[in-house]
Design a protein around this ligand. Structure first.
Ligand code: ADP
Ligand code: MG
Length: 231
């Protein structure tokens, strides 16, 4: 499979002089299309820093990051915004849905900037909601949905643009075990369908559903193991 994420010698330094922190100290990583990768590591190890770089929310101090063949460090702010909108589907621990707006309208949001007609946006959003088993909740607002349902809407929103990468930060961190299982089985089916997924998690039972688990400690990748689900 082609490599869709390629990090070489990535370093991230916060601050300057004596107060500076080297949050990432040389990350080399290739992720192939269709890979399902979990990133684990203790607090302060650099997970969020790495996540922000992968999601093009921040640019590394040094090293290179290619997303689907494009060197991200050469992009302007405006181009980065396009990449975040079209190439990356974000799923957050706290769902981040827009309140008082229907599930359907929430899922349509990433398509607003794409110049699609309204009917086409609607069709794609309904398709994404169907994928997460929530067609029958399209008209419901977030506050009328359970946590697990809200996270499924957030996954539909992440998928609606057919992004290169689905990037999830502790997606089950606010969910009970039943809703966690729902989310994990949706991620399983996305992985089977060939989506590229990177998930950050503290939970071993969540990480072991991935096909590959990276451990990061003190700004370096210290372990990289393939699991049974890997192709
Ligand atoms: P994790 O998500 O694994 O807990 P982070 O990526 O948040 O780790 O942090 C890695 C290191 O970088 C920590 O030492 C943290 O204190 C430091 N750090 C993170 N963000 C900043 C920042 N904006 N300014 C200065 N230091 C930071
Ligand atoms: Mg963090």
């Amino acid at each position: 499979m082609p490599v869709v994420l390629k990090l070489s010698g990535i370093e991230q330094v916060y601050g300057t002089g004596e107060a500076s922190v080297r949050a990432l100290r040389g990350i080399d990583l290739d992720v192939e299309q269709g890979d399902y990768v979990a990133i684990m590591g203790p607090s302060g190890s650099g997970k969020s820093t790495l996540m922000n770089l992968l999601g093009c929310l921040d640019v590394a101090s040094s090293g290179s990051y290619e997303l689907a063949g494009t060197d991200v460090s050469s992009l302007t702010e405006r181009e980065l915004a396009r990449v975040r909108n079209e190439e990356i589907g974000f799923v957050f621990q706290s769902f981040n849905l827009v309140p008082r707006m229907s599930a359907l309208a929430n899922v349509e949001l990433p398509l607003i900037y794409g110049g699609l007609r309204r009917a086409e946006r609607r069709r794609l959003a309904l398709e994404a909601l169907e994928l997460v088993g929530l067609s029958d909740r399209a008209d419901h607002q977030p506050q009328e949905l359970s946590g697990g349902q809200q996270q499924r809407v957030a996954i539909a929103r992440a998928l609606v643009t057919s992004p290169t990468l689905v990037l999830a930060d502790e997606p089950t961190g606010n969910l009970d075990s039943e809703s966690t299982e729902e989310i994990l089985s949706i991620l399983d089916s996305l992985a089977s369908a060939g989506r590229t997924i990177v998930i950050i998690t503290h939970e071993e039972n969540v990480a072991e559903r991935a096909h590959r688990v990276l451990t990061i400690s003190d700004g370096l990748i210290t372990a990289d193991r393939a699991l049974a689900g890997a192709r």
